[in-house]
Design a protein around this ligand. Sequence first.
Ligand code: KG4
Ligand code: ZN
Length: 339
Amino acid sequence: MKDTIILGIESSCDETAASLVKNGQDILANIVNSQISIHQQFGGVVPEVASRKHIENIAVVVDAAFKESGLSYSDIDAVAVTNRPGLIGALLVGLSFAKSFAYALNKPLIAVNHLHGHIYANSLAHKNIEFPAICLVVSGGHTSLLYMKNIGEYEIIGETRDDAAGEAFDKVARFMGLGYPGGPEVQKAAEQGQLGKVKLPRVFLDKNDFEFSFSGLKTATMNEWKKMERRGEQNVHDMAAEFQAALVEVLVEKTMRAAARYKVKTVLIAGGVAANQALRNLMQEKAGENNLQLFYPPLALCTDNAAMIAGTAYHSYTNGDFAPLNINAYPGLFVPVKN
Ligand code: KG4
Ligand code: ZN
């Protein structure tokens, strides 16, 4: 069978990315231009700045992907792009570029849900995943537990009621004076901290469902942080260690309960927070105890990239699921139904 090569484009937040992927599996090029150093000075992503940087970088990043792969424009079979969820101005840059590119080359356009991309990063990295599976999606904007019958076929069985896990990392890092993005900074600080020096709640662990809540944990962390300050014994390492443990323990325990309830043998983790070493370690330990096979993407495919977008699109391509050139971008997970 002829190979299918898809150009993936991703611009939903603060990474401008382009990738070329063959047959939904082989990464021929994967270019990520991160704006982190620009947003760091503001302590978080400034949407307007992100859009402007995407427009400067998008063509450069796409050309770099072609150069890295040694392919020419005419070698591709389709153009895939993230059109939801994300910052609307940022999404529109990638989407407009992808439309123009597809139109100019007379190739089909494929619209990809960013979270499907994060999940698919597992399939890019591992060929032997057996479904059904439970997938924990933990990113800067979302936290959900999914029951997956197969790639692209899933049911959401639980979600966060408020903040996403990555958002909690970012907010806690911010008030403790750590940098942006908060996740890697908290992880680094936690490595030098001692557990149990402060005590934080394991929120919703007592509830027999698959819902999460991280806003309360954030507030509790903030209160303990202020108490430590009043006592004159503020210790960022101990605080980071306890916060990370409180969050990770709930994620892992609920994932294990879901695996037992749905009687699956496979567990996946996806999204930026899947890069967290404490989460990977505890999930690995518990998966082992429960005879579950655990998969997570390599670090470079956990955070935002376009290989996961091009990979996800392969399955749309084989199904002939193409997007019209008037397709829009959406900040939320679901496309609103038109009246
Ligand atoms: O998936 P992602 O790159 O973007 C979204 O789709 O939201 O996730 C970004 C989030 C940020 O909140 C960041 O702090 C978090 O992932 N993150 C981490 C780590 N690396 C990135 N959180 C915890 N530990 C990490 N090592
Ligand atoms: Zn993401």
